[in-house]
Write a protein that binds this ligand. Structure first.
Ligand SMILES: CC(C)(COP(=O)(O)OP(=O)(O)OC[C@H]1O[C@@H](n2cnc3c(N)ncnc32)[C@H](O)[C@@H]1OP(=O)(O)O)[C@@H](O)C(=O)NCCC(=O)NCCS
Length: 291
């Protein structure tokens, strides 16, 4: 997919949204360093983002200079995930965020995408207001929790991988009720679906322990060296979390991470009981269904 869109030409400014190219790396990283100085992961995912030919890593040029970027990603269930939206502070409020949303809506329409979602921090009124301006409404509020991992932690138990996509879906889909239909990895808030379960099974992210009747989906969408993300579990929570802990330690990953919908309070209690500490503020997901 190739795209290049002239959004507006006025006396004062020209906004162009286009697909990012390898040579945009330095500028895109610079945009992120200025717009989200405390959340910088583009250096780790830039290559993966520009290699995406189903979705698109987009940059916005204002009068010929890159001033914003963002990623439109198609997730396994065929819906779009809008992420990594960044505009340099000097050019915020000039319509670059809106240009990206308009561009992504065009891509979604062209691809027949049925839904689009994004997340932001609960206090990010601009990001949230921008999403609402384009008709995205609140779909969930989330709590995130982490735990440092030390060598030799956790317990392997009797877990074995579940490589079969259908078996994985049969094991994971019944957990949708407990998790309110969400599975989160790397702050990518997926709707739990058979297609997602199949994708995770293929990536070696689904494990079961027949003895305790437990199942867990864990791993990372990107940056596997930074955190082990626990997507969902079923059966015995302590056994699953001990296994996740063991798996992280085995791979030398320094942190366990898990997100849950805020009203799934049972999950929250199980995380707290296992020593995970909750982030200071919550996250929200907004989305829209398209015809
Ligand atoms: C959030 C961000 C991407 C928005 O981009 P932007 O280019 O500044 O936004 P635009 O000028 O295109 O659009 C602004 C729109 O946001 C909304 N908005 C702005 N301020 C708002 C406020 N205080 N309350 C509610 N909505 C607001 C409005 O809909 C506005 O459009 P309108 O005035 O025409 O109605 C940008 O500010 C940014 O990069 N922030 C830091 C990084 C960040 O928070 N990224 C987001 C996700 S983690």
């Amino acid at each position: 997919m190739f795209s290049y869109r002239l959004i507006s030409t006025g006396d004062s400014m020209t906004i162009v949204v286009r697909m990012a190219r390898p040579e945009d790396r330095e500028k895109a990283l610079w945009v992120e360093s200025k717009s989200t100085p405390n959340l910088r992961y583009l250096p780790f995912v830039f290559d993966m983002f520009i290699d995406d030919r189903v979705g698109e890593f987009s940059v916005v040029e204002l009068d010929g200079e890159i001033a914003a970027c963002g990623k439109y990603t198609i997730v396994p269930d065929g819906t779009a995930w809008l992420e990594t939206l960044r505009v340099i502070p000097e050019k915020q409020g000039f319509g670059l965020g809106k240009a990206l949303y308009e561009h992504w809506f065009e891509l979604a329409r062209a691809q027949g995408v049925k839904a689009m979602r994004m997340y932001t921090g609960i206090d990010n009124v601009v990001s949230s207001g921008l999403a609402e301006r384009y008709g995205l409404t609140l779909q969930g509020t989330f709590k995130g929790a982490t735990l440092p991992v030390h060598a030799g932690s956790g317990e392997r138990g009797g877990f074995v991988p579940v490589p079969d996509p259908k078996v994985a879906a049969d094991l994971l889909m019944p957990l949708a009720g407990d998790w309110l239909g969400w599975l989160v990895m790397n702050r990518t808030f997926y709707r739990l679906s058979p297609a997602l379960c199949a994708d995770m099974a293929k990536r070696g992210m689904v494990y079961r322990d027949e003895k305790t009747g437990s199942v867990v989906a864990l791993g990372a969408r990107f940056m596997p060296e930074q955190a082990m993300h626990v997507g969902v579990w079923g059966g015995d929570p302590d056994t699953c979390l001990r296994f996740a802990h063991w798996k992280a330690a085995e791979r030398g990953v320094p942190q366990l991470s898990c997100y849950h919908e805020a009203t799934a309070t049972k999950i929250g209690k199980e995380l707290a009981r296992n020593g995970l500490k909750f982030d200071a503020s919550d996250y929200i997901v907004k989305g829209i269904y398209l015809n």
